[in-house]
Write a protein that binds this ligand. Structure first.
Ligand SMILES: Nc1nc2c(ncn2[C@@H]2O[C@H](COP(=O)(O)OP(=O)(O)OP(=O)(O)O)[C@@H](O)[C@H]2O)c(=O)[nH]1
Ligand SMILES: [Mg+2]
Length: 359
């Protein structure tokens, strides 16, 4: 799963990328306004994995991961006439956005629109994405209408269906509302999958607070489905991510920080993607896997290996909470709470799974 970090120039995208990934990319004037993409894969912190690892003492412990891409160079006007080239490709590839909005005051860091105004800034880039989607919708409408004109009654059945959907999209976008607010069916989503609609993607808005902790809800109203809002002290957390844990603890005490927000932001961005974690355990490896919410046991098996999906017979499932309560797998088995599930079973977050399969 891939998340694109976007935001206006100098909002602190690269700083927050560093805070989340522990990298040390250069920030500030050196990079300003350029199209540049940097990526890093990050473990999703999960105390359940820590506990399972303590219980099984495996050779390897593997967390779920997300990939962050720091995408520089977005600004007002970028979508005029539609998003193009590398930008379009890069943005279309991501499963969701981390939208960085500047709330920090610092006279040495110029703001492209002079004043610090998070509400205005978040709406500038959102406006660009609405526009980019509108360009796509209008092109499709033109195509579909031409098709209908030329072929008349012989037109493909899908054309009037898509035409109606595009009309609905157009009306929605004209009201300056993102497409992710619409309740779309699987068939509708399939129909538009290749179009790369930007406002369809989930968004985590990260307000870059600066040096003072603040309540983000005082700074910004952002009320959409498939959206979360969180604050992060970008520069401080980026610096902390460079320290070893003991030094970081001293530093945190000095600044009165009780808990790092970076871990929380990573979790929130994972949760945004409509995926969940299930686990496999053993002496060799304790591992978290990501699967779509609603996936069945064979689909989850397929995440581990396609052979396990093909040869799927049954899944042995333990609930994480049951295992912790029982204290060990052996103890759990005596309670009858180790369950055998078939092909129809819908995997739940926190399931510990062992797939029985025919080779
Ligand atoms: N005071 C303060 N400065 C910050 C904070 N976060 C970022 N900055 C500074 O703001 C400047 C821009 O930060 P970057 O992380 O490079 O911002 P960006 O959005 O990646 O910028 P571009 O890629 O050039 O568009 C740098 O000089 C940072 O040090 C913060 O929390 N407080
Ligand atoms: Mg940058």
């Amino acid at each position: 799963m891939r998340l694109g970090i976007i935001g206006l120039p100098n909002s602190g995208k690269t700083t927050i990328f560093n805070a989340l990934t522990g990298q040390n990319l250069p920030t500030g004037a050196a990079t300003s306004g350029q199209f540049e993409v940097h990526t890093a894969v990050v473990n999703v912190p999960d105390p359940r994995v820590d506990k399972l690892s303590a219980m099984y003492n495996p050779r390897k412990t593997i967390y779920a991961t997300v990939t962050y891409a720091d995408i520089g160079g977005l600004d007002k006007g970028i979508s005029e006439g539609g998003l193009k080239g590398q930008f379009r490709n890069e943005l279309a590839q991501v499963d969701g956005f981390v939208h960085v909005v500047r709330a920090f005051e610092d006279d040495t860091v110029p703001h492209p629109y002079i004043t610090v105004d998070p509400q205005r800034d978040v709406e500038i880039l959102d406006g660009e994405f609405l526009l980019a989607d509108m360009v796509i919708v209008e092109k499709r409408l033109e195509r579909l209408q031409a098709d209908l004109r030329i072929r008349g009654k012989n037109v493909d059945k899908a054309v009037p269906v898509e035409l109606e959907l595009m009309e609905q999209f157009k009306a929605h976008l004209e009201n300056e509302r993102p497409l992710r607010e619409l309740d779309l069916t699987d068939d509708q989503l399939k129909m538009i999958r290749g179009y790369g609609f930007m406002t369809l993607k989930p968004v985590l808005v990260v307000v870059n607070l600066g040096d003072e902790p603040k309540d983000v809800r005082d700074l910004l109203i952002y009320d959409h489905p498939h959206t979360s809002l969180v604050g992060l002290q970008g520069k401080i957390e980026a610096e902390l991510a460079q320290l070893d844990p003991a030094d970081a603890a001293v530093f945190m005490e000095e600044y009165g920080i009780t808990e790092l927000s970076a871990a929380k932001v990573i979790r929130l961005s994972y949760e945004l993607l409509n995926i969940q974690s299930f686990f496999t355990v053993g002496e060799d490896e304790v591992r978290a896997w990501s699967v779509a919410i609603g996936a069945t046991a064979p689909e989850a098996a397929g995440v581990i290996h396609s052979d396990l999906q093909k040869g799927f017979i049954r899944a042995e499932v333990m609930k994480y909470d049951d295992l912790i309560a029982a204290g060990s797998e052996a103890a759990l088995k005596t309670t009858g709470r180790l369950r055998l599930e078939g092909r129809e079973y819908v995997v739940q977050d926190g399931d510990i799974v062992h797939i029985r399969h025919a080779m």
